[in-house]
Ligand binder design. Structure first.
Ligand SMILES: CSC[C@H]1O[C@H](OP(=O)(O)O)[C@H](O)[C@@H]1O
Length: 341
């Protein structure tokens, strides 16, 4: 399964707001529309956002290639800003755009750099898939036999360039016969778990049970969960990390019940420039996502709302960090610096 395709110099995105009911592919030839698609979560998930923005940067270069070198360069800087403003938390967005900008600079900031930029974006896409398979292999090693795994939100093929981080681990462990059940939190308010993770697991024939977010602790209390593994949108230098809202609650409950708690992420999600989780920008989204469920009103419009898209989990609640270079254990700051510094 894939959510992103580059074909005939256009970007195609699977519209994830329509899943699981409809599989609708949208074509993009304007980088502004790509930024809008990221903001509207047509495409979402930290690595997928980075890959999409890289292709959006190519669309900008194609739009501006007939300008003078000076005008081309200034408009490309503006385009990078438009793409970077789409969502604030996933560091992959900025990591990918910086790589694209360095590629352009390495080619003299010239309008002739379009083919090189497309090659760079394709490389970012392919590298992400390779990293996910490596994450899957390293992560499968920490999955116990007959594992009953809890996950939150979606960190699968739909959140990445393909194969997935968390679902990459689950796919690899399932292929080794080690997964008996995956419990997927529906993940309010936008239901990425119900709509996307359940969709991916069912398509792959991996046993899945969908639960409401408020049921996870009771499953843990009844001894039904052997490990938790979930995604990451930005990890600070000390291992504190931002992930979908609700992650912190899952972490606290897992800690209380002595259940191993992992996050899985590629190195493009690690931000060593931020010392701890306090420095991670947390996106706040419209209150209508709380007062409505996909257009159906479920609360009075006059009520106040609070809708952070992510929360921050302290590294002290982590058992390990599954990366493409291996599983990182405490002391996280020291070991992350050794592997990624
Ligand atoms: C592999 S990153 C997946 C990560 O991104 C999700 O957030 P969103 O759906 O808002 O982009 C969620 O935090 C997942 O864990």
């Amino acid at each position: 399964m894939e959510a992103i395709q580059w074909k005939a110099n256009s970007l195609y995105l699977l519209d994830q707001t329509k899943l699981p009911v409809e599989e609708v592919w949208l074509e993009f030839s304007d980088y502004r529309a790509v930024a809008g698609a990221i903001a509207a979560m047509v495409v979402r998930g930290a690595p997928a956002i980075g890959v999409s923005a890289a292709y959006g940067y190519c669309l900008a270069a194609m739009e501006y290639r007939s300008l003078s070198p000076a005008a081309f360069q200034s408009n490309m800087a503006l385009a990078k800003g438009v793409l970077a403003a789409s969502r604030p938390t996933a560091v992959n967005l900025f990591w990918a755009l910086d790589r694209m900008e360095r590629c352009l600079s390495a080619h003299g900031n010239s309008p002739d750099a379009v083919p090189a930029l497309i090659a760079q974006a394709r490389a970012i896409h392919a590298e992400d898939v390779e990293m996910n398979h490596a994450i899957g292999a390293h992560g499968a090693a920490v999955v116990p036999e007959h594992a009953r795994v809890l996950t939150h939100c979606n960190a699968g093929s739909l959140a990445t360039g393909g194969y997935g981080t968390v679902l990459g681990v689950i796919r690899s462990a399932f292929a080794q016969g080690k997964v008996d059940m995956v419990y997927a939190d529906e993940t309010r308010p936008l239901l990425q778990g119900a709509r996307l993770t359940a969709y991916e697991l069912v398509r792959d024939g991996i046993p899945a049970t969908l639960i409401a977010d408020n049921m996870a602790a009771f499953l843990m209390a009844r001894g039904k969960i052997d490990m938790v593994i979930l995604g990451c949108d930005r990890m600070a230098a000390n291992g504190d990390f931002a992930n979908k809202i609700g992650t912190y609650s899952v972490a606290v409950n897992a800690h209380h019940h002595g259940i191993p708690f992992y996050t899985a992420l590629p190195s493009s999600t690690i931000d060593l420039s931020i010392p701890d989780g306090g420095g991670i920008p947390i996106e706040e989204r419209p209150g209508s996502e709380i007062t409505h469920v996909f257009g159906v009103q479920t609360a009075p419009l006059e009520v106040g709302t609070y809708n952070p898209a992510f929360d921050v989990t302290p590294h002290t609640l982590l058992t390990g960090i599954v990366t493409e270079k291996g599983v990182v254990y405490p002391p996280f700051q020291e070991n992350l610096a050794k592997l990624f510094g």
